[in-house]
Design a protein around this ligand. Structure first.
Ligand code: GRF
Length: 181
């Protein structure tokens, strides 16, 4: 079975659903105070954390990440709310082994505010996408995506909650397929 690492910057609910279903070698957070680190402790998952500002530049920060991935012989990196663009150093070493989840139906509404942007645009449906990571922002090849409707009586909160529920299901499905390959 392939070895998984998850990267998350904040809350970590997607990390949690992955870790509840599959063995996760470690979680990495680029924020030392991220809630995902508490989730990891509770689940007994190894975690690492360091911040970009602790390094000279992004290349050195990513070299430290590559070292961790190499040490643990990671086959699949799942970005789950990792709020940094993957740079050339990490891509050179792991492109083709990094996937990301995005809370919209790409190429619709890329970027950091996919849910809010779709809501503000007044769409009748948005979605969730899991894709391979390349050097762009949410531009890599789509692995799987599903539509999520916006219901007439939705508030942004209920719309967001429904999108997150779909994310959890889709991430588990996709990881299951990829680690079995
Ligand atoms: C998710 O909506 C994910 O699609 C986006 O960031 C959010 C992370 O949420 N990239 P969480 O940290 O997994 O709770």
């Amino acid at each position: 079975m392939k070895k998984i690492a998850v990267f998350a910057s904040g809350n970590g609910s997607n990390f949690q659903v992955i870790a509840e279903e599959f063995p996760v070698e470690f979680v990495f957070s680029d924020h030392r105070d991220a809630y995902v680190l508490e989730r990891a402790d509770k689940l007994g998952v190894l975690s690492y954390t360091f911040e970009l500002k602790e390094f000279e530049n992004k290349a050195e920060y990513e070299e430290a990440i590559v070292k961790l991935l190499d040490q643990h012989q990671i086959d699949l990196v799942c970005l789950a709310g990792y709020m940094k663009i993957v740079g050339p150093t990490l891509l050179a070493a792991y492109e083709g082994r990094i996937i990301n989840i995005h809370p919209a139906y790409l190429p619709e509404f890329p970027g950091a505010h996919g849910i809010e942007d779709a809501w503000n645009a007044g769409v009748t449906e948005s979605g969730v996408t899991i894709h391979w990571v390349d050097s762009g922002v949410d531009t890599g090849k789509v692995i799987k995506q599903v539509r999520v409707p916006r219901l007439a009586d939705d508030t942004i909160e209920s719309f967001e909650a429904r999108i997150h529920e779909v994310e959890y299901k889709l991430y588990q499905e996709v990881v299951k397929t990829l680690i079995a390959e």
